[in-house]
Design a protein around this ligand. Structure first.
Ligand code: IVH
Length: 668
């Protein structure tokens, strides 16, 4: 590229980036994916590095964050709030690592943390009392959002411990857990408001509400990750100790961090979390690698934009724009007809995506999706990809509206959508598509985990008439297995073993595998823990079912209905005869002494953290709730209890001090 071309391209990139910056930060409504934005930014940075005189003062590469809005009072941060530089692969990580170790003149130890996808905030405490909270703003001056931050439940309004520092500033991330995000968007759609594109925009938008009551209704969460400023006591020498100290003060601090002293260890941490990111209740978009030695951090210093002692290792993008080629109809195991998007294949969230669920007819209408649209696709790790929205700006008149068919595309039976329900279903109970999906679900990893029983084999087993219902799996003969395509001795013996092992799965797995409506993996575990055997569960009345914590009337009715259907009872009887286990057994080492009891924790305990207390209760079958109600069985009262104690006294709920609580746990 010659200089003239470079100048032109740089100008174009700056214009685009500024536009997208505005859409993203000001409107909370991006029209391109983060990955596309990052890509443009990298290109611009590369040009400015090759031709430094082309850098302009208003270049987006020189901006740390968005300017504070007029609506909130500006506040100065005690410690500058920098951004982070990014690396996108192992090679770039190694280059960075070599550079810091060279600058440091020694090998270093690092703390690896998750990069939470929310809004960065600074929290200030005077003599242990929360006095101010601010957005990042431009890194020096942020917006005062104290009133809104106060509504975030995990934010400590007063530090725990007897000896709080005179002045403290911590940095952290306010974010919206996926569950709150989904619930919020559902509500917004009901109220006819546009949904938020992702949890980060929702979090940022929620923090900048003029009415704190609105923020409070948004169910934000918080994790704190930097001790940025400290006066009136000595700072610990290392970052991981600072994390521990902040936790002792009562801040929510993630426990998902690890020490590392080589590129291999850092990569292992990142790879593990790329794999497991969907297990987290919130979105992460990378890992942050930080020098552990705080004195060394001071020596390394910062550029105007980012510290030299930390780097963000970005995980593969989860959002991309691509073309929606067609909408096909899938028939699920409940007969539900699900529209599925056929996409121009696109690499997103670590894999190539060519299909995405569209849920149902109403959803397509609500999102305003048309066949032929450019759409924003989201994929988190190995969950089913989803279409967030059409990019209506890119329509060219060739787009077509979608019409839901009124017949099952597999068996041709009439499809029926009951009044008030979102989903149309095939009316044929023997529709082959339903059996096929039921078996795949039954055999899936989280259900009965029958390794090797995938779509191709299930299809063949059904085609040949060897499997007409789930229980037929346990009656397959050697002859039938040898008859399958490519099945020789090894494959036959592996399949027999896999099927045989599934007989030993606990009740919770079987319940989930049966595909009872509204009984997901978690609910199956709750039911299994409470009722312990299929026999007891099948005998439970609706009242007994809904008296179980977390089981509401809808689940209770659905479970009851399942056990009332003669075909299901027949299936269970056949499975029992085939030697399936059908009970749960005890969790190892602990007994279920707190089964069915609901606890609320308030104040700090001396002998354990709140997380440990929660874990101890849950291990014993109990449940921890966030607020006191007449359904609370016990309130555990620690030091400096909050208003929950008063509430307990008002409602006459029993309270336990730490000693009584430990006794109940059998921990004396
Ligand atoms: S440290 C000077 N640690 O990512 C170092 N940041 O893209 C400041 N973030 O502005 C940040 N998780 O809002 C750090 N564990 C973590 C983080 C984290 C998320 C955010 C933070 C920062 C942004 C940079």
């Amino acid at each position: 590229m010659n200089m003239e071309e470079a100048a032109k391209r740089a100008e174009e990139l700056r214009r685009q980036l500024n536009h997208h910056n505005y859409r993203y930060y000001v409107l909370d409504d991006p029209v391109i994916s983060d990955a596309e934005y990052d890509e443009m930014m990298r290109e611009l940075r590369a040009i400015e590095e090759s031709f430094p005189h082309l850098t302009t003062p208003d270049s987006p590469t020189r901006r740390v964050g968005a300017p504070p809005s007029e609506a909130f009072k500006p506040v100065n941060h005690l410690a500058r709030m920098l951004s982070l530089d990014n690396v996108f692969n192992q090679e770039e990580l190694r280059t960075w690592l070599d550079r810091v170790e060279r600058q440091a003149g020694q090998r270093l130890e690092f703390v690896c943390e998750l990069k939470i996808d929310g809004a960065g905030i600074a929290l200030t405490y005077e003599n242990g009392v929360f006095v101010r909270g601010a957005t990042r703003g431009d890194g020096i001056t942020g917006e005062d959002i104290t009133a809104n931050l106060r509504t975030i439940r995990p934010l400590p309004l007063r530090l725990m411990g007897d000896d709080p520092p005179a002045l403290l500033e911590v940095k952290g991330e306010a974010f919206m857990p996926r569950s709150s995000f989904e619930e919020l968007n559902r509500r917004r759609e009901e109220e006819g408001q546009p949904p938020f594109a992702n949890p980060r925009n929702a979090a940022a938008g929620s923090l900048r509400q003029l009415d704190p009551a609105v923020t409070a209704s948004r169910r934000l969460d918080l994790l704190v990750y930097e001790l940025a400023y400290l006066e009136g006591r000595e700072r610990p020498p290392r970052h991981h100790q600072a994390l521990e100290l902040m936790r002792e003060w009562g801040f929510p601090v993630s426990d998902k961090w690890a020490m590392a002293s080589s590129a291999e260890e850092i990569v292992a941490f990142c790879e593990q979390w790329i794999e497991r990111r969907d297990d987290l209740p919130y979105e992460v978009d990378g890992a942050v690698i930080k020098v552990d030695d705080l004195e060394m951090r001071d020596l390394l210093g910062s550029t105007s934009k980012a510290p030299r002692w930390a780097i963000a290792y970005k995980f593969p993008a989860e959002e991309k724009v691509t073309r929606l080629l067609d909408i096909e109809i899938n028939v699920g195991r409940t007969g539900a007809l699900t529209p599925t998007a056929v996409l121009d294949p696109v690499f997103v969230g670590g894999s190539t995506v060519s299909r995405a669920t569209l849920h149902n007819e109403d959803e397509i209408r609500r999102k305003g999706i048309m066949i032929g649209d450019w759409v924003l696709v989201h994929k988190a790790g190995d969950v089913i990809p989803e279409i967030i929205k059409p990019i209506t700006e890119r329509r060219d008149g060739t787009q077509k509206a979608f019409v839901m068919p009124d017949r099952c595309p597999v068996c041709g039976a009439r499809a029926f959508r009951p009044e008030g329900e979102a989903v149309a279903r095939c009316t044929n109970v023997d529709c082959p598509a339903r059996l096929f999906e039921s078996i795949l679900h039954y055999a899936s990893r989280d259900a009965m985990d029958i390794e090797g029983l995938g779509p191709a084999i299930v299809n063949e087993l059904m085609q040949k008439g060897y499997v007409r219902k789930i229980s037929d799996l346990y009656r397959l003969s050697d002859e039938q297995l040898y008859d399958l395509t490519h099945f020789k001795d090894k494959a036959v013996s592996n399949m027999k073993k896999a099927i045989d092992q599934s007989r030993q799965r606990p009740l919770s797995r079987l319940l989930f595998a049966l595909g009872i409506r509204h009984v997901g993996r978690h609910t199956a575990e709750v039911l299994a823990r409470r009722f312990r055997s299929m026999e007891a569960l099948s005998a439970a009345t609706e009242e007994e079912l809904s008296a179980t914590p977390e089981i509401g009337p809808i689940i209770a009715a659905s479970v009851r209905a399942f056990f009332e259907e003669p075909r299901n009872l027949e299936l269970l009887e056949e499975l029992r005869k085939s030697g399936l286990r059908m009970d749960e057994g005890m969790a190892e080492g602990v007994s279920g002494t707190l089964e069915g009891l609901t606890f609320v924790l308030t104040g700090g305990l001396e002998s354990m953290t709140r997380e440990e207390a929660r874990a101890a209760i849950e291990e014993r079958g109990g449940r921890v709730a966030g607020s006191v109600s007449s359904r609370t069985d016990y309130v555990v009262v620690g030091k400096d209890p909050g208003s929950k104690l008063q509430k307990a006294e008002q409602l006459g709920v029993k309270t336990l001090d730490e000693a009584a609580f430990r006794e109940m746990l059998g921990m004396t």
